[in-house]
Structure formats: C-alpha cells, structure tokens
Write a protein that binds this ligand. Structure first.
Ligand code: ADP
Ligand code: MG
Length: 778
C-alpha cells in the first residue's frame, strides 16, 4: 500500500510539474489571466472550502461566469496540490452530448493539454479518456449507465451535476439515485450547479445543503419585441406569413387543438394589450401587420427580414437564432442560402447547431470567423445555457422550443413546439451580452412574453415515464412507484401506473414488475420502448434495413407532401408506394428506398420533386437511421457484419410483423362492409382513418387488424398511421400478454380468431413465442 501511495504521489507531482510548465509559457499566462478574470475565480477558495466541509453543495451563477469550465478544475487543482491528485476522480455530467464534448475540450485547452490527458469526456458512442484522466465530462445518461454496473461509484471522489435548473428527466432521476447513495459513500462529494436562482429547491431536497452564488457580469442587452421589429424592418405580416407556418406541423389538427387553448389565451392577450397600448398612435401599418400575427406561426420570411436588417444596418458581431428543431433549421438554412445577401461565403458564415449533428460539425460554431465575415448560428434551445458562443452580439428568439408533453389521462405523448418560459426568454436574451452590449429580437409581442410561465415544467412531469421505469428496474432501485414518489417533484401516480401497465403489456415487465429479458435489452437502448422493441426484433430477425427506416420514420415528419393545389397529382404519386401494402409504414420504406437508389445516381432531388416527397425529411430519416444503427451496435445487439442483418430485409410480411410488435397494443379491428370499412378499438369503439393514411384510400382491407402508432381525437377518433396485420402475426408478435390484450378484441371478432384463441394451437404459439424470445434474447 505504501508503495502504491508513493507511486500515486509521484504521478501527482508529475501532473503538477506539467501544469507549472504550461503556466509559465506565454500561452499559459494568457490563459491563466483569462481564467482569473472570470467571476468564479473570486469565489475559488470559498467554493473549495465549502466543498471540503460538506457532502452536498449547490452552486449557482449567471451563464458564462465559469461554473462548468472552472469549478471542476479548481477541485482537480486543489486535489493535485494536496498530492491526492492521482487518486481523485471527478465526474461532471452534462445534459447534452455536445456540451460534454465542447466543455472537455475547452478545459483541456485551458490546461495546455490534449484531450485525454487529465481531462476526458464520454458520451454515447464516443469518448476520449486516458490513464491519467481525473476529470471526466459525460452525459447524465452515461453516469446512469455506469451506475448500472457500479452502484456505489467506487473510486469516484466528486460528482458534479451541471445545469440542474433545466430539470431534465435524467437529472431529476439521477438526483434520487445519488441521494440514496450518499449515506453509503460518506467520502463522495456531490456538487449541483445551476444557472438561475432556484437553488433553494435543490438545497432543501438535500436536507439544507449550503448554497453558494457566484455573482456575474454581463453587458446590457436591449430587447426588441415584435411591434418594435415590424416598425424597424418595415416588414408587414400578411396572410402569406401564416401559410409559411413556423414550428407547427399544420397537417395535424390534434396538435393544433392541444395548442389552441394556450393560443386563444395568447390571442386575447395580444388583442387586449394592443387596445390598451392604443396602437392607433403608432403607424397603422404596424397595427395591420400585428393583427395578422398568428401566435402559432412565425414566418421564416420574418426571420429572414430581421437577419437582413442586422446584416445591413447593424454593427459587426455574430448572430444567434433560436429555432425549435432540426428540420426548421435546415429549411431556413436552405431558404437563406438562396438569398444573395446570405449566400455570399466571403461575407457570411452560416452554421447550424443542434443535438443530432456530428460533434466535429458542432465545433465549428465556436470558432471566430475572419474579419469582415459575419457568423450566423441557427440553433435549438441547446445554445440557451449549456454552450457559450462568445462573439454573439445579436440574438433572434422565435419564442418557442420543442418540448415533450404528456397528458396522463389520454396517455398520449407528443413532441410539440411550445412557448418557452420567461426564464428561458431571459436566458436567450442574455446570450447577446457576453462580449459587448447586445440586441435581442423577440419575434412575438411584448404582451405575449408577459404571459409566459415563469419556469418550464420539469420534464418528469410532462413526459411518459416508460423508459424511466425500465431504468429504475434495471438499476434495481425497488418499486417504481416508491422510487418516483421520492423525486424532487413526484410525477402523477396515474402517469406512473400507465407506464407500468404499458410495460407489462409489451412484455418488458412481468406481472410482479420484474424486468423481463426483453425489458433488460430495452433498458439499454436510449429510445422509446416501442421503437427499441422494433429495433431489437429487426436485428434478431435479420430484417434490419426496413425496420431502421420505420423507426426513423416514426421519429420524423411524414415525407409525403400534399400541397393542396396539386393534391391529385401528389396522391397519384403516393399511390405507387402504397400499392397493396396496406401500410403507411411500408409506404415510407418504399419511398425511402427509391430515394436512396436515386441518390446513388445523383438524382435524389429530381426523384423527390417527381414524387412529391420532402428531400429534407428523407435526409433526416437517413441520418436517424445511422444513429439507430450505431445504438444497436453499441449495445452489442449487432456485430460488425451488417450484411447478415439484412438477410430477410426484402420480406414485407416479416417487416409487417415487426411493426406489429412495436405498435402493439395500438390495435384496431377491421370489418369490411359492402360500401365501407368498419374500424373499432377496444377503448374508443368506432374509429376513422386520417385522410392522408395509405389505408384511407382502400375500399377493402384484406386483413383483420390494423396496428397504429398514433391516434388523435378531433370529433371522432382518427388513426394517423397504420399497418394491416393478420391474426397469426398479431398473436405471435403482439405483446407478451397479447392474449390478455386480445381477449377484449376477441369479443368483437367472429369466427376464426375466437376459435383460434381457444384452440390448443394458440397455446402452442404462445409457448413457441416465449421460447423464441428467450432463445434470441438471452
Ligand atoms: P458557465 O458554466 O458558468 O455558464 P462556462 O464555464 O461554460 O460558464 O464558461 C466560462 C467562460 O469561459 C465563458 O464566459 C466563455 O468566455 C469561456 N468559454 C467557455 N467555453 C469556451 C470555448 N469553447 N471557447 C472559448 N471560450 C470559452
Ligand atoms: Mg455551464
């Protein structure tokens, strides 16, 4: 032991030496001075003292004050100084991949090291970590995965959970786990870091843990709301802007309905305050324009106008545009590139920044462009707190962010653009004041801002809990309900019960709430269970390619375009993909494969144009497919030989069966009548198909069942997408308890299936199926 200690001490000294060498160099001096100029530096000693004396500490401070990059380094430095350096192990979690990577690179650079020396990172599918790595930045998901194999975090000296104010589901979950762990690991230090000031909530959750606030400095930022912007840019909102919807997928009325309550509140707020502000005093054009403003649509054209205004009239400085998602960012980027003002690469550097891009691409956004080039970054809300682009002077804020929301009563999850909170709007504005006074353009009226919620609801309270429940089980944290009731803000027990019931139905949990083999595999894939189940079966049945497309398609918009002035032509084009498939999902596979083939001959664009397909969406599907493939590989479900996983990829029956396995229990019965088709679900009775569904065009569906991914209630219940399946497929590929699930349906069904269910054959099938599951999954 003493030999080991000596060795460790020597490593520590080496680490010290290396640092001293760097700090004495010119670059090192410059860096050191920069670091000392950050607000966090003044609190360095106080921070270290509190951390050494308390097991849990809550640290808050303005974005950019140096929490993420400095605090972990202070701890590392003080441990090294105390000659414990080689023994310490600091883990700092980040909610997103890109921040884990960029922060670790920054910290390594500040220390004059390459990444992988004392500082490393680990995110899903990527990581750099060396023998001497003492400070590891990772995503929250990675730490949760480590807890799977190492419940006590053996050897870890400090856990820093960053950005807790975001209240992401993983972070809230991790806090419960850590709270349970702390008594078992008295030497473990836990530091919680948050941007805004809800530190009390976290402190009281950890029995009154001490709080430290780092006072910060940002330059003032001027806010311009829509009314100011319209005047400034002399831009008129017209009916055209409403067609050019931003952020809302118009096709789906249900989504509109979900928004309509909030929208009508906002609309009346707009009217009210327009009256109150007596807008007749202002130019009437502003008033006309504002009255055309549609709360759930902001035109790309308006954004383009604002950008033009800044580029033409304002001082130099980067522009950061907050948008809601990947597709919108890409569409706007394409639109801007056709404008000569933005297409000129010698004047404008146009970049995108969102979670699903490669990290090498993401890094570009930090670089400062050459003199005379203006950087424009189109970003999702990722750029709100976790990453700091220093040279931003102008912020354009669309006022929305995509958030998952979940209604426990209807048991339907949705990912919708929603109004952000006041806290988020302030945060976005603050991004403009990092290096000099800035300007923020909010693309909504001031009165709408005043109607925003103060804070966003924590994710745990607004998303389905299925994946989380699997995690709880795989970490062996006991009863799901008990565990979740101990969260910072416990979710609705009904939502918890729904999730547990669902997991039992799909066969991920058994009746005693134990993880099944399938459940264990699902818990290792960071996707919704229904998607995970399809991916797993796609891999097992060597039918991977089409399944990857289905899963990617379910996570994207519909690639089929239906412009209403050319609806007949569009429907005609779609019909060739639909032909005899009786499935929206198979239609997407066929369209995607056609496009892929066309791309190989460089005619993808023409193919899309001819077939009324969205090239943008197909590209999105393509990139998602790659991600899902990488996930399967990472979790060991497939090996290197990709070919063999496609042995049965041309078998549409098998694909149909795997779709069924994922979408179950979303199922409805089909009865073909003389002139119509009668569809029924157990919960809703008669249901209808969405106009755009492939099956809506059929006069007869030669299958007894449809499985569907989503239904929506407008006046009647509509199925948005569906795939027809046979009895045997449903029996074999429905959930593990598909018998129970089917019993309800059997009542509505005549003849065959009733007989089938009662026959010995059914039992045989069930046994066969379970054996099959166990065989392939263990
Ligand atoms: P916080 O976590 O408190 O929001 P950070 O520690 O992320 O603050 O950043 C502190 C400062 O370090 C920022 O104000 C910024 O000036 C600088 N910084 C952070 N990341 C980078 C980077 N990748 N490149 C250059 N400077 C950076
Ligand atoms: Mg930070």
């Amino acid at each position: 032991n003493t030999v080991l200690e000596k060795l460790l001490q020597r490593r520590s000294l080496q680490l010290c030496d290396q640092q001293l060498n760097f700090q004495n160099s010119a670059d090192g001096q410059k860096m050191l001075n920069f670091r000392k100029s950050l607000p966090a530096f003044k609190e360095r000693d106080a921070l270290l003292k509190v951390i050494s004396e308390n097991q849990v500490v809550v640290v808050s401070g303005e974005t950019g004050c140096g929490k993420t990059t400095q605090l972990p380094q202070y701890i590392l430095e003080s441990e090294v100084e105390a000659c414990r350096g080689a023994g310490c192990s600091i883990i700092c979690t980040q909610p997103r991949r890109i921040s884990a990577i960029s922060v670790s690179e920054r910290v390594a650079a500040e220390r004059g090291e390459a990444i992988g020396e004392s500082v490393g990172y680990k995110v899903r599918l990527e990581g750099v970590k060396g023998r001497d790595t003492r400070l590891l930045f990772c995503t929250t998901g990675i730490l949760l995965r480590r807890l799977l194999v190492d419940r006590d975090l053996t050897g870890v000296s400090h856990v820093i959970v960053d950005e807790i104010h975001e209240r992401g589901m993983n972070e809230d979950f991790l806090l419960v786990v850590l709270k349970d762990l702390l008594p078992r690991r008295p030497n473990l230090r836990l530091i919680l870091m948050s941007a805004t000031l809800n530190a009390e909530l976290f402190s009281s959750y950890f029995g009154g843990a001490p709080m430290i606030h780092i006072p910060g400095f940002t330059y003032p930022v001027r806010s311009h709301f829509l009314e100011d912007i319209l005047e400034m840019t002399r831009y008129r909102l017209t009916k055209y802007n409403q067609i050019d919807d931003y952020g809302v997928d118009k096709k789906w009325k249900m989504e509109k309905q979900a928004l309509s309550k909030k929208k009508s509140q906002l609309a009346s707020a707009v009217e009210g305050s327009l009256e109150a502000a007596n807008y007749t005093d202002y130019s009437s054009s502003t008033q006309d324009s504002l009255s055309c403003w549609n709360p759930d649509s902001i035109g790309f054209n308006l954004i383009e106008q604002v950008l033009c205004h800044i580029v033409k009239n304002e001082r130099p400085g980067a522009i950061l545009v907050f948008m809601t998602g990947w597709d919108d960012i890409n569409s706007l980027k394409e639109q801007l590139q056709t404008n000569p003002l933005f297409g000129d690469k010698s004047k404008i550097l146009l970049l995108a920044c969102h979670g699903s891009m490669a990290s090498s691409e993401q890094r570009l956004i930090f670089d400062k462009p050459y003199e005379g080039i203006r950087k424009i970054v189109l970003a999702t809300n990722m750029a709100e707190t976790s990453i700091t682009i220093n040279d931003v002077v102008f912020v354009v804020d669309c006022g929305k962010a995509k958030e998952t929301s979940y209604d426990a009563l209807n048991n339907t999850p949705c990912l919708l653009p929603n109004w952000i909170s006041k806290a988020a709007a302030r945060q976005r504005r603050g991004r403009a004041g990092r290096v000099q006074p800035g300007e923020c353009y909010h693309l909504y009226p001031r009165c709408v801002f005043e109607n925003f919620d103060d804070y966003q609801l924590p994710e745990l309270l607004r998303t389905p809990l299925q994946s989380l429940c699997l995690q709880i089980k795989s970490l062996q944290l006991g009863s799901i309900s008990d565990f979740l009731s101990r969260a910072l803000q416990a979710p609705d027990p009904l939502a918890v019960q729904n999730a547990i019931d669902y997991l039992k139905i799909i066969g991920a949990l058994d009746e005693q709430e134990n993880l099944t083999v399938l459940g264990r595999h699902l818990s290792m894939l960071p996707v919704e269970p229904k998607l995970g189940k399809m991916l797993i079966l796609g891999a097992i049945f060597n039918c991977l390619d089409p399944v990857l497309t289905v899963v990617a398609g379910l996570s994207s918009r519909d690639p089929f375009l239906m412009p209403f002035d050319r609806k007949d032509l569009a429907e005609g084009a779609k019909a060739q993909f639909v032909a005899r498939g009786y499935s929206d999902h198979l239609a997407v596979i066929r369209a995607y494969e056609g496009w892929k083939e066309a791309e190989r001959h460089r005619s993808g664009h023409e193919y899309c144009w001819r077939n009324f397909l969205s090239g943008q969406t197909l590209k999105g599907i393509d990139s998602l497919r790659k991600q899902f493939f990488a996930l399967l590989k990472d979790s060991g479900l497939i090996g290197d030989d990709a070919e063999s996983y496609n042995k049965w990829s041309n078998d549409e029956h098998l694909t149909r069966a795997i779709i069924c396995s994922g979408l179950f229990p979303g199922i409805c019965s089909v009865v073909n009548k003389e002139k119509s088709i009668l569809l029924k679900t157990v919960e809703d009775g008669p249901v209808l198909l969405c106009m755009n569904s492939a099956n809506a065009q059929e006069s007869k569906i030669p299958y007894p069942w449809l499985v569907f991914n989503e239904k929506m209630k407008v006046n009647s219940v509509f199925l948005r997408d569906s795939t027809a399946v046979s009895d045997s497929v449903l029996l074999l590929f429905g959930g593990k308890t598909s018998r129970g699930g089917l019993d309800g349906h059997v009542k509505m069904l005549d003849g065959y299936l009733e007989f089938f269910m009662k026959s010995a054959l059914a039992d045989m099938y069930m046994t066969l199926k379970e054996e099959l599951n166990d065989l392939v999954l263990t």
